[in-house]
Unconditional design. Structure first.
Length: 145
């Protein structure tokens, strides 16, 4: 939309005699009102897009549920630092909670099973949260479908 040369308000091109905002006569004199076409289509034959394959939320959820403790889901989303951090955090939770329950309870074997179940539960819940997230992007800024 063109703007008035007097007040700078956006006006339609049909208000070329008098500005409806400030009342200036001929508000479009000397104003360039060319528009730029921004709806050009993407050239899918470009070699840059030849190997483009978006990541899948279903695969990500499956990785969270099965091997979430390893950080594989973040490596899949091309977020290596977060993957290593998640692996370290899960190992600390698994070991710390397991050792804590080992010395607190009389059921020594079950303490590590409980800590493993807790880690899996956290990963499944986080996987569902990531799965339900709209407009999720991977590490390089592409949308996860």
């Amino acid at each position: 939309m063109p703007i008035c040369r007097n007040c700078g308000a956006r006006i339609s091109k049909f208000d070329k005699d008098i500005c409806p905002i400030c009342g200036a006569k001929r508000p479009l004199d000397g104003v360039n009102s060319e528009t730029v076409e921004v709806t050009s289509e993407i050239d899918v034959t470009n070699p840059e897009f030849a190997n483009a394959k978006p990541k899948s939320k279903k695969v990500m959820l499956l990785l969270f549920c099965l091997v979430g403790f390893s950080g594989a889901q973040f490596f899949y989303l091309k977020e290596k630092k977060l993957g290593f951090l998640w692996l370290l955090l899960n190992l600390l939770i698994l070991g710390g909670l397991g050792v804590f329950l080992y010395f607190i309870s009389s059921l020594t074997f079950y303490s590590f099973i409980i800590s493993t179940g807790f880690v899996y539960l956290i990963n499944i819940i986080l996987g569902i949260v990531y799965f339900k997230t709209s407009n999720l992007k991977d590490g390089v800024g592409e949308f996860v479908r």
